[in-house]
Design a protein around this ligand. Structure first.
Ligand SMILES: [Zn+2]
Length: 230
């Protein structure tokens, strides 16, 4: 038992839930990864290329934000997307959990390269006023991590990675999983709505302004609190 075990357990629990509910795009594949912030310098994250059903707590890595291994199974390597997770924690102090999935409906928008606008207030207050597209770069590359970093300042909790998949962020495990679910819901409905060919009505500007204000407040509040702590 180490001081990292609870964080590792949270990563494992979230990973199994996402896998069982089809968020990785297949039940046997390993398409996606999950991390939990430990503190201002490190995170717990899934290993690379291990079937999620076979994972145990000891297989989850404790990894510094410079990607050096603090603790982990020596026979495994940390997720190839560790750089992407790390840069999110460093840029967004409000984020304590990062969920990267290959969920089906969200991934549709990664192919048509189309952001999801503000459609339902209940969804957008959590996800942000727009679910933006992060430009494509090869999976696991530092270019992809930099492309992600380039979009984080809109303070959203969900992004679509072009020709790849989804990022859902949250201040805790529950919120990050909920955001993955909300994204799935809104992507399904937006897909169906687009297929009718009829006009799609987005939320009014006054509501969008409220959503942006709430998201900005939550992010700035966390930045302020963590800076004071230091
Ligand atoms: Zn991926």
């Amino acid at each position: 038992m180490t001081k990292y075990d609870n964080y590792k357990k949270n990563v494992l629990e979230a990973t199994l839930w996402l896998s069982e509910h089809g968020y990785f795009g297949s039940h046997r594949g390993t398409g996606g990864n999950v991390s939990v912030r430990i503190d201002e310098e490190c995170m717990a994250i899934t290993p690379s290329s291990v079937s999620y059903q076979e994972l145990s707590v000891d297989d989850i890595f404790a990894l510094a934000f410079d990607l050096s291994v603090i603790e982990g199974n020596g026979k495994l390597t940390p997720s190839v997307e560790s750089g992407m997770h790390s840069i999110i924690y460093q840029r967004r102090l409000d984020v304590n959990v990062v969920v990267h999935t290959h969920q089906i409906y969200g991934s549709v928008f990664s192919l048509i390269n189309e952001p999801i606008p503000a459609l339902f207030d209940e969804v957008s207050f959590s996800l942000g006023h727009i679910v933006e597209i992060i430009p494509y770069a090869l999976s696991g590359s530092s270019e992809l991590a930099n492309n992600v970093a380039g979009k984080l300042s809109n303070n959203a909790n969900a992004y679509i990675i072009q020709n790849h998949g989804i990022l859902s962020l949250g201040k805790n495990l529950d919120k990050a999983l909920l955001n993955a679910e909300l994204l799935d819901k809104v992507a399904q409905i937006y897909c169906l709505a687009l297929s009718t060919g009829k006009t799609i009505h987005t939320l009014p500007d006054s509501t969008i302004e409220m959503i942006m204000a709430v998201r900005n407040y939550e992010v700035n509040d966390a930045q302020g609190k963590k800076k004071v702590k230091k």
